[in-house]
Design a protein around this ligand. Structure first.
Ligand SMILES: NC(=O)c1ccc[n+]([C@@H]2O[C@H](COP(=O)([O-])OP(=O)(O)OC[C@H]3O[C@@H](n4cnc5c(N)ncnc54)[C@H](O)[C@@H]3O)[C@@H](O)[C@H]2O)c1
Ligand SMILES: O=c1ccn([C@@H]2O[C@H](COP(=O)(O)OP(=O)(O)O[C@H]3O[C@H](CO)[C@@H](O)[C@H](O)[C@H]3O)[C@@H](O)[C@H]2O)c(=O)[nH]1
Length: 443
């Protein structure tokens, strides 16, 4: 059992801290956000993540997990301190290290015994060294030693607990064998592959992994756009291509491009790291451009389906950047709904969980439906932006009856072309032939 402090209770801090408690460690999760800590102390989870509430509650009851805003005391009481604060995209695209630097200073000020300081946040190469320098400069007693480790996080939102408990690997970038051993032991109960490397390589592994996955998505989206022009079906192409084990079937789902708190900011940060090092990283620049264009292709499709969206009523299904989360960071809906409104459409939107978050960020004139069917009623077309099960499993016969015109523009390829054809719905999806109906010409 190790004594662990996790600083930052966003997705990563909260989920990874809870999972460390679940495997038997003593964990204190800290945050400067008092409101968040108060909610957590009273058993309320400030984010939507399936299964998180149960696992937080069981570990709190067992006394292995606690929450505090007294960060200094938590650091002093721990042998391992994780930095899990945000590294958002700055205006110039680089990772904003303000929070990481502030935490490193706090750790230094409270360094009362040997500790391993672990960066879990996604940070540019060189940040571990900067953390080490900041901790060293701020420690009250320069004879108290510490080590710095990079241990990037690979969990996905929506499946975060399972990703963490069944992690495929733990990457440990260390400057000393002693620290690497301590962090390897910490992960032992996860029964995972431990990959030990140096600090800089561990920091780069995280960006390389996200950039590669983003590249796969932009690649299949380009194939999808080409499929539309030559009459192929991208879902079948992806399935066929994915059968090659060198390529693999995952992350080949064509759609409206990637969003979320990581891929957009990490691809931009990698591009920035390259520029800073006088390197033109051509692939990543294209991946970013393609992703931006892919969102806008949805607007071309709705215009093609309706002629003009001016004065039309669009039902938008799905607001979060992906299913099973209420996270709205870089969600396609944040670009597409304002664009529809600017083109003169009215919009009624629905998401199973993200409406409270979305309504803080979307234009005030956006209206919200109570459920899928309420949202579709009387609309001139339906646009699907997030593939929630509730949306994929909707009763399409009922949907057809409720829509004023039977038109579905689907950015997530939720339905088969055959079923849409049989139901008489005009269907515009991504990388697949358009299903046209005689009625849809008479909107
Ligand atoms: N969200 C993900 O799915 C995911 C997955 C892997 C890696 N990451 C990386 O992990 C890091 C954290 O991401 P997140 O989504 O959890 O961030 P987040 O923005 O949701 O949460 C960060 C938390 O840190 C707190 N914080 C900020 N400054 C602090 C300070 N000085 N002391 C204590 N707490 C402080 C904030 O109040 C907030 O609660 C980022 O670098 C991100 O790129 C995120
Ligand atoms: O085939 C695919 C797979 C994903 N996406 C999109 O890509 C984005 C990211 O999806 P996903 O990777 O499932 O979610 P995240 O929670 O953002 O997780 C990513 O970002 C995290 C933060 O760095 C990493 O830890 C994870 O390993 C990495 O998968 C979403 O908009 C998805 O809709 C596609 O368009 N097609």
């Amino acid at each position: 059992m190790k004594k662990v402090a996790v600083i930052g209770t966003g997705y990563v801090g909260l989920v990874s801290g809870t999972c460390f408690a679940e495997i038997g460690h003593q964990v204190i999760c800290c945050d400067i956000d008092r409101r968040k800590i108060d909610l957590l102390k009273s058993g309320i989870i400030p984010i939507y993540e399936p299964g998180l509430e149960e696992i937080v509650s069981s570990n709190t009851e067992l006394g292995r997990l606690s929450f505090t805003d007294e960060i200094g005391a938590a650091i002093q009481a721990s042998d391992i301190v994780f930095i899990a604060v945000g590294t958002p995209m700055s205006a110039t695209g680089e990772a904003d290290l303000t929070y990481v630097k502030a935490v490193a200073k706090t750790i230094g000020e409270n360094l009362n015994s040997y500790k391993v300081v672990v960066t879990k946040s996604t940070v540019p190469v060189g940040t571990g060294r900067l953390v080490a320098q900041t901790v060293a400069e701020n420690r009250p007693d320069s004879s108290v030693e510490f080590d710095v480790v990079s241990n990037p996080e690979f969990l996905r939102e929506g499946t975060a607990i399972a990703d963490c408990m069944n992690m495929e690997r733990a990457v440990i970038g260390a400057t000393s064998d002693k620290a690497a051993k301590i962090i390897a032991e910490l992960h032992e109960p996860f029964n995972t592959t431990i990959y030990i490397t140096n600090l800089e390589s561990a920091e780069m592994i995280k960006y390389a992994a996200n950039a590669f996955l983003a590249t796969k998505i932009s690649f299949i989206n380009e194939i999808a756009n080409l499929c539309e022009r030559v009459g192929a079906d991208v879902t079948e192409v992806a399935a066929g291509v994915g059968l090659d084990s060198r390529i693999g079937a995952k992350f080949l789902q064509a759609g409206i491009g990637y969003g979320g708190s990581c891929f957009p900011k990490d691809t931009e940060a990698l591009k920035h790291i390259a520029t800073q090092n006088n390197y033109e990283f051509k692939i990543i620049e294209s991946v970013i451009d393609i992703n931006h264009r892919q969102r806008l292709i949805m607007l071309d499709k709705i215009k093609e389906a309706l002629g003009s969206v001016q004065g039309k009523h669009i039902a938008v299904l799905g607001l979060a950047f992906k299913p099973n989360t209420d996270d709205m960071r870089y969600a396609p809906s944040l670009d597409l709904i304002p664009a529809l409104l600017e083109m003169g459409a009215t919009v009624t939107a629905y998401d199973p969980v993200a409406i409270p978050e979305a309504s803080k960020q979307l234009p005030a004139e956006t209206e919200y439906g109570a459920n899928v069917y309420d949202t579709l009623r009387g609309a001139d077309a339906c646009m699907i932006l997030t593939e929630w099960n509730e949306i994929k499993e909707m009763d399409l016969t009922r949907a057809r009856e409720l829509l004023r015109a039977p038109i579905v523009v689907d950015g997530r390829n939720c339905f088969s072309l055959q079923e849409m054809e049989e139901l008489g719905l005009a269907y515009y999806s991504v990388g697949r032939p358009v299903v046209r109906t005689p009625e849809h010409a008479v909107v």
